[in-house]
Write a protein that binds this ligand. Structure first.
Ligand code: HEM
Ligand code: HEM
Length: 186
């Protein structure tokens, strides 16, 4: 069911804006930009932050867990619809000197270590391939890096077919940093 944008806007203003800003364009680079994201992906993330009794959430994060705890199914749909309608603003680059190196990896992967090109799932312009592959273009570099590290640590294990977990297990810290910087420029 398509969410109600106006209802989503209200919840966002009340609970989420403190970190993600009212329109989902967070200006603090550890908080992701949510504006313009595919609603199905956003809704999936909100579900994945929830843990069943006695279990660890597929996306185990102590900041987001309490945020989603009280959200109903329709709240989730409404929030996802609201953010998908907002216009994304450019994210914040951390270290611009790594952008060129990151671009090579994003577009061509690294054959030596069996790292596929990120563009094959997230598309050459980073806008993703709905519904499973999220857009990642323009995201804050610090947030993107934190997610690559979370997939590696296993605190985030909500990716379809473990694609991301497999890929990051073959990446160096330097590669993860570089590709995160490039993604911000997309
Ligand atoms: C991540 C939504 C409140 C901090 C996310 C993501 C979504 C989201 C969809 C994942 C984005 C992605 O995968 O690209 C919301 C909603 C909120 C809310 C709907 C209100 C109900 C907050 C608040 C804070 C916060 C108040 C700060 C206290 C974070 C952080 C992450 C995150 C740190 C990254 C988590 C991780 O590393 O897995 N949020 N958020 N959020 N949000 Fe929120
Ligand atoms: C999610 C980066 C390659 C499939 C993500 C996210 C990032 C990312 C940062 C999380 C987005 C967010 O939290 O907003 C990258 C990079 C790649 C790469 C840097 C190249 C080194 C791939 C490839 C595939 C893939 C080749 C497919 C085989 C996915 C999927 C998700 C995802 C399915 C969503 C997981 C979920 O539902 O939570 N990727 N990706 N990625 N990526 Fe990639």
């Amino acid at each position: 069911a398509a969410g109600d944008v106006e209802k989503g806007k209200e919840i966002a203003a009340g609970i989420c804006a403190g970190c993600h800003n009212a329109d989902g364009n967070s200006t603090i680079p550890i908080y992701p930009i949510l504006a313009g994201q595919e609603p199905g992906y956003t809704a999936k993330q909100l579900h994945d932050f929830k843990a069943a009794a006695g279990e660890t959430a597929a996306r185990d994060n102590m900041i987001m867990a309490p945020m989603v705890a009280t959200l109903s199914e329709s709240d989730i749909e409404n929030l996802a619809a609201y953010y998908s309608q907002q216009k994304p603003q450019p994210g914040i680059v951390g270290d611009a000197s790594l952008i060129e190196e990151g671009k090579r990896l994003y577009q061509g992967g690294n054959l030596e270590n069996f790292i596929p090109a990120c563009s094959s799932c997230h598309s050459p312009n980073g806008q993703g391939i709905p519904p499973h592959y999220p857009r990642i273009d323009g995201q804050h570099a610090a947030y993107t890096l934190s997610q690559l590290q979370a997939f590696r640590l296993g605190t985030r294990k909500n990716d379809t077919n473990s694609a991301m977990q497999m890929i990051v297990s073959r990446m160096s810290e330097q590669e993860m940093k570089a590709v995160s910087e490039y993604i911000t420029t997309l």
